[in-house]
Design a protein around this ligand. Structure first.
Ligand SMILES: [Cu+2]
Length: 347
């Protein structure tokens, strides 16, 4: 009813329990906003949250895919210039300022509904329409970023939480207005790894190192019982758990994060390694990274630094957010690459 096609026929029919998609025909796509028109106050707040991510080589992807449909293996070496990434996902507080200044209306507001995880609804039976194969994703009229569980709900007390119920178009609009951009998929993974090589998580290889939860995912039995041993049944504040080696919070778990790239195979391995890959030229689905508070090994084990999934750019749910990136400023007139370039431009 809601999803056109199901790209995850295996793995619990729906693959990622996290991933209902709105029909592609439904959205009106992007609403364009003037570039970098945000006030100084908003811009400086966005800039204050930016962290420097050093350039370098990234072994991108998984050694072996957990879900073949994710096209996330084998690993390939790519090269990245240094850049900047926001240390948290964009919060409700920041998104509210953006909306106040721009008058922007999100896809969910324009369409009148979004997907809410049934457990978070006071009365799930009042919202019987759901995504195919994923009955826990309810179509809730009146649900949007400011009303995460539908009309009557508010973000009061959750201003420091990630903004959710934002489509890829909404994320791109925020970035454009604030003079930033969405991170590329390779940039995102490089940043998530936090300087570690070949590890599964931003902090190392153990899911719960020394018994300590380091990110917000599902504990218990998906989708009915979340024991919340990590301290959070739903989304956690954007700045929770210790940051990774680059000072970035919640790169895995909590909420999925839209990135700039269209979904498709990872960049082809080549020598020398491809620099700053930007993904397929076009597509109908955008990549999302990092997994969410709903990910669990039994159903959707996609909470690793290499995990990826995808959704249509006009989809919105209660567990998809985003963070923003920027090119690093040039140093002393040198290019931001941090890599010597052998070639000269001939004139
Ligand atoms: Cu998941």
């Amino acid at each position: 009813m809601i999803r056109k096609t199901d790209p995850h026929p295996e793995a619990g029919a729906g693959g990622c329990g996290c991933l209902p998609a709105t029909p592609g025909a439904k959205g009106q796509g992007a609403v364009s906003l003037p570039h970098a028109a945000a006030s100084e106050t908003l811009r400086s707040e966005v800039m204050a949250g930016m962290r420097q991510i050093p350039g370098g080589f990234l072994e991108m992807g998984a050694a072996r895919s957990r879900y073949a449909v994710d096209l996330d293996s084998p690993r390939r070496r790519v090269r990245l210039d240094r850049f900047e990434l926001s240390e948290t996902t964009v919060t409700n507080r920041l998104f509210a300022r953006f909306v106040t200044e721009s008058g922007y209306k999100t896809t969910a507001e324009r369409e009148g509904w979004s997907f809410v995880f049934a457990v978070f609804l006071a009365d799930p039976a009042a919202h019987p329409r759901h995504a195919p194969h994923t009955p826990w994703w309810r179509q809730v009229f009146g649900a949007d970023w400011a009303h995460p569980e539908g009309s009557g709900s508010t973000i009061e007390g959750r201003m420091d939480h990630p903004v959710v119920h934002v489509s890829w178009h909404d994320a791109a609009a925020f970035a454009r207005f604030t003079g930033t951009r969405l991170p590329g998929e390779a940039e995102w993974e490089h940043a998530a790894r936090g300087g570690l090589k070949g590890m599964k998580f931003p902090w190392g290889n153990a899911l719960v190192p020394g018994g300590e939860h380091r990110h917000n995912v599902w504990q218990g039995d998906f989708p009915h019982r979340n024991t919340a041993e990590d301290g959070h049944a739903g989304a956690a504040p954007a700045r929770s758990f210790p940051p990774n080696g680059y000072g970035l919070f919640n790169m895995t778990g909590n909420v999925w994060e839209w990135v700039a790239d269209w979904f498709g195979p990872l960049p082809a391995p080549r020598l020398p390694p491809l620099a700053n890959p930007t993904g397929p030229e076009t597509g109908d689905r955008k990549v999302m990274r990092g997994g969410s508070h709903l990910c669990h090994a039994s159903y959707c084990e996609r909470y690793f630094v290499h995990s990826r999934t995808q959704n249509t750019p006009d989809s919105s749910t209660g567990h998809i957010g985003f963070r923003v990136a920027m090119d690093a400023p040039a140093l002393d007139g040198k290019p931001s690459a941090g890599f010597p370039e052998a070639s000269h431009v001939s004139r």
